[in-house]
Design a protein around this ligand. Structure first.
Ligand SMILES: *Cc1c(COP(=O)(O)O)cnc(C)c1O
Length: 391
């Protein structure tokens, strides 16, 4: 039995919820308005302001998950049966499933092995007359090659929706993801993301028509939301249904968390980057490939810290995860690529040989704990355990 196993278990991820968040939630509960209302509106305004959008120019639409936001974005862009959406196999299924909700087909492509982000050359090779949109993911919080992807989209007349579930805050040439010029960008506030509302997301767009459609479809296809109706100067029970919409609104209870998490998100990023830098330094001597940093001057959100075992490692990936677990340390694998999941594999007759870089990454990768509530001793404990296992 190792000494570490007598320490409390170090989970793979933990949210950091402060007293301000708790007080705001309690205040919301006491206020009499707990669903979408004044706090969700304030959260949307604060989010657009955080990204640096001039009021009315950058629209932020709060939703109950990033999955909902991605669905709304593709729906508003008119994606439907007969259309193809190109995305990476190296992602969570939410990125791709939303295209299937709309009856469109998903075309999965391989990654750049250096960044684990979607490979623009693979995207270009996958374009057909049916291609309507590109759906890049900023893996781990490192920006995908957006200049190349936006250029491809421009040349082929395609829409671009960014899955920015890992990418708050991430920059490209100094510009925050969310302001890069794609049609829509969607952030996640799931419990383990870089800021959280428990469950939640934000759809961001400069396109006023897209924003209007997403707002209506977020709440049953209703042309006025409940807060508008019940708080208008002249109370009104009247509304119209203009489409068969969804139930994707964010509650004020969740928005109360978001208002305070957003204020802390830059500090959270600094702590995450500090932990990543310590891992980079300490793990360089082990048979591990450490993850790439953002280019100089740019921000990496560091949602994930994923290392890859090199050929020199004497222990396999699964055994390393098992031994870390025995040492009381939680890890994960991001991702089991979509082409290996029965639904995607069978639907599109996919095989690992079509995605050699994603397949290789999957077989060797381990996500280590990386979150703001880790103290320096927690970080050293992970490093020491890896040294014992791999040294
Ligand atoms: C977390 C995540 C999502 C889904 O976010 P939800 O808010 O849970 O819907 C989508 N894509 C990626 C890459 C994610 O990591």
């Amino acid at each position: 039995m190792t000494q570490d196993s007598r320490l409390p278990f170090l989970p793979f991820a933990l949210p950091e919820i402060g007293e301000e968040e708790i007080a705001e939630v309690v205040e919301t509960l006491r206020s009499g308005w707990i669903t979408t209302g004044p706090k969700a509106k304030r959260f949307e305004a604060a989010f657009a302001e955080y990204l640096g959008g001039a009021p009315g120019e950058l629209h932020a639409i709060a939703v109950n998950s990033a999955t909902a936001g991605l669905h709304l974005a593709l729906e508003a862009l008119g994606i439907g049966p007969g259309d193809e959406v190109i995305t990476t196999t190296y992602t969570f299924t939410a990125t791709a499933e939303v295209a299937r909700y709309l009856g469109a087909d998903v075309v999965l492509v391989d990654i750049d092995p250096a960044t684990l982000n979607i490979d623009p050359r693979a995207v270009e090779a996958a374009i057909t007359p049916r291609t309507k949109a590109l759906l890049p993911v900023h893996y781990a919080g490192l920006a995908a090659d957006m200049p190349a992807l936006l250029d491809i989209a421009r040349r082929h007349g395609l829409k671009v929706v960014e899955d920015a579930a890992h990418a708050l805050p991430t920059t490209v040439q100094g510009q925050l993801v969310g302001t890069l010029g794609s049609d829509a960008t969607v952030f996640s506030f799931y419990a383990n993301k870089t800021m959280t509302t428990g469950e939640g997301g934000m759809l961001v767009t400069r396109d006023a028509a897209l924003a209007e459609r997403a707002r209506v479809m977020r709440l049953h296809g209703m042309n006025r939301d409940a807060f508008d109706r019940f708080t208008a100067k002249v109370p009104s029970w009247y509304y119209e249904i203009v489409a068969p919409g969804f139930k994707y609104n964010l509650t004020d209870i969740a928005a109360a968390l978001g208002l305070h998490q957003l204020r802390r998100v830059d500090g959270f990023q600094r702590r995450r980057a500090e932990i990543a830098a310590r891992y980079n330094e300490a793990l360089a001597a082990l048979p591990l490939q450490t993850p790439p940093d953002a280019p100089a001057g740019d921000l990496h959100a560091w949602h994930l810290y994923a290392v890859r075992l090199t050929e020199a490692a004497s222990v396999g990936r699964d055994a390393v995860i098992e031994r870390l677990f025995e040492a009381g340390i939680g890890c994960s694998v991001h991702y089991i690529p979509l082409h290996l999941h029965p639904y995607w594999r069978d639907r599109y007759q996919l095989s690992p040989a079509q995605f050699p870089h994603s397949q290789r990454a999957y077989e060797t990768i381990i996500s280590l704990p990386l979150y703001t509530r880790m103290c320096d001793a927690d970080v050293e404990r992970v490093i020491d355990a890896l040294r014992r296992i791999l040294g």
